[in-house]
Write a protein that binds this ligand. Structure first.
Ligand code: G3P
Ligand code: CA
Length: 322
């Protein structure tokens, strides 16, 4: 086999995970963003999941809802003492009354990503996890192309402090939709190390599981040990892969050029796949590299097994898939 054939085969096995749907083009975690990501050819579609007041798993990145909805205008009296609005304080019926939006800073109203879909425009709702699974499975049926799901259990310890077991609820929904084993197109992900172990052991989840690694925020670096050989070996006892932040995989040399860290090789040595987050065409690391430069480094030179991206069309095109 020629080297180009080997490379093409290696690239064909990489997975493209649409981060919060096609969030570079439509408000994150909305059903249109999911449909667009599916149409763009993403292999997996991500759901960040939190609970409503009536224990319905809904697809939202944060436990707060004031960065992606008009809750401050619709329910001004429902903020907590810290001035924030929490999904868990609202029933599903109430959450459905909110207009979902492109992400913004609730103090200023300014868009987090200024060149994306305009803040406050369009007609979008917060989806439930079930609505999203039904949409994806429907598109899988109607297009004949099976995209997988990549749900993240958000803030399990915080939910437990509110008296809720979010992991159990999410796994129950996944099981009802046929996502149970390693043969199913699903990866469950979580930042909480103890919860990843609990999902595998106490809750008996048999599907693929990914330990997310906090990155890019040195003051919150409670996951430092997960980047060591011993830490990765510990992760491999329960999980199938890791989801590190991009700076944990690609670092900058003193001359400004980009280079690999040892994390991917170390994780592979421990038998773990690696799916770093987040590749964004409009938020590239300093130094002038293009998204495609970054993809070449990560996918070809470093050999990550897949990646999270806000721009799945660009990664699918890079991999030269139809
Ligand atoms: O889950 C992978 C990636 O999405 C983690 O970052 O904060 O976007 O959920 P976050
Ligand atoms: Ca996530």
């Amino acid at each position: 086999m020629t080297s180009s054939v080997v490379l093409a085969a290696a690239l064909a096995a990489k997975i493209v995970v649409a981060h919060r749907g096609a969030s570079g083009y439509l408000p994150e975690h909305t059903l249109p963003a999911i449909a667009m990501a599916h149409a763009m050819g993403a292999d997996y579609l991500e759901q960040d999941v939190v609970l409503s007041k009536d224990d319905v798993p809904v697809v939202l990145h944060d436990i707060h809802i004031d960065t992606v909805t008009d809750v401050a205008r619709r329910f001004p009296a429902r903020k907590r003492g810290d001035g924030r609005f929490y999904a868990i304080d609202f029933t599903l019926a109430e959450l459905k009354q909110l207009a979902a939006s492109e992400r913004f800073d609730p103090r200023t109203g300014a868009a987090v990503f200024p060149r994306r879909f305009p803040v406050g425009k369009g007609s979008f709702q917060i989806p439930t996890l079930e609505e999203e699974l039904q949409l994806i499975q429907g598109l899988n049926a109607s297009t004949g192309r099976e995209a997988g799901v990549y749900p993240e259990v958000k803030e399990p310890a915080w939910h437990r402090a509110q008296g809720r077991d979010i992991s159990r609820i999410v796994l129950d929904v996944l099981a009802r939709y046929g996502y149970r084993t390693k043969a199913d197109k699903v990866f469950v992900q979580c930042f909480d190390e103890a919860e990843v172990k609990r999902i595998r052991t106490d809750l008996g989840y048999k599907g693929r599981l990914v330990q997310l690694i906090e990155g890019g925020r040195p003051l919150l670096d409670e996951h430092k040990h997960l980047r060591t050989a011993a830490g990765l070996a510990e992760v491999a006892r329960v999980a199938d892969g890791i989801g590190p932040a991009l700076p944990d995989v690609v670092t900058r040399r003193e001359d400004g050029t980009l280079a690999a860290t040892s994390l991917v090789a170390d994780a592979h040595a421990a038998g773990l796949v690696v799916h770093p987050y987040t590749f964004r065409a409009d938020a590239l690391p300093p130094g002038g590299a293009s998204l495609e430069d970054l993809l070449r480094l990560a996918l070809v030179d470093i050999g990550v097994d897949g990646l999270f991206t806000d721009h799945p069309d660009r990664v699918v095109a890079f991999l030269r898939r139809p």
